[in-house]
Design a protein around this ligand. Sequence first.
Ligand code: AHR
Length: 323
Amino acid sequence: MRTRFLAALAALALSTAALAACGDGGDAGGSGKITLGFAQVGAESAWRTANTASIQESAAAAGIDLKFSDAQQKQENQIKAIRSFIQQRVDVIAFSPVVESGWDTVLKEAKDAKIPVVLTDRAIDSADESLYVTFLGSDFVEEGRRAANWLVEEYRDGTDPVNIVELQGTTGSAPAIDRQTGFAETIAADPKFKVIASQTGEFTRAKGKEVMQAFLSANKDIDVLYAHNDDMALGAIQAIEEAGLKPGEDIKIISVDGVKDAFVAMTEGKINVVVECNPLLGPQLMDVVNKVVAGEQTPKRILTEEGVFTADQAAAELPNRKY
Ligand code: AHR
């Protein structure tokens, strides 16, 4: 009798420990697996499509039950998705914030529900770092600096003004803010570099083309296009060609991401340089999720490693591109 009582007590202690390890989230999927709620930005770019695929494939490979939501580039949709994950009592919430600010209230709700939050790809602007366990993604300011470093080197010998147009990402998003900051601070050292127009192309091909058309009709002497992502650069290439100009020659093009289509454009001489931004965050994210559920420490910032590719490297690199 006493042995049976002790065995029952031990079983109870074990199941309580298992629940505690699940961040108090319980078993939202009812499958005994870890449940991850992921609130994605949308499907605005080839980068994003690759990012989504990486997360879905990695969750399946890690045996993690993934609840996936697409916010269609709207913050209110992401907030709704996060609230729904809290209600479902998932073990971990991860998301890539559409914009930087306005997250404190919903993340406080997740914290109160004892559900850990992981930021992926994009950071938030909050004074309260306790609202998330870690931020996994690129250094977008550094990407902006790398884009500008190529430009500085390319125009090293000249003194003539260099007129630059900039296609920004989604207004208020971390990559748009940071890529602009890193680029601007680097070119500021030489007054010949002038950003003569800068507008959002919302990280999409269609908008990139539309805004580039407007830039071309308003400005006669554009020397350089700096696009915050490949999709906007690819849309802009269409606008430049339709205007009877040669992308990569008449207007030099600097882009960010490194998707396959951009590498193809580089082999054709239409993009001059691409600063890589790695979307394949799935394996690292699942590793973090497993650690968080196991109660292990994770660094507050996990950086992804990235390079810079110029047109002369494009043909050799193209077969290696995974996205
Ligand atoms: O947050 C990463 C950015 O979002 C990528 O550079 C862009 O292509 C995407 O839409």
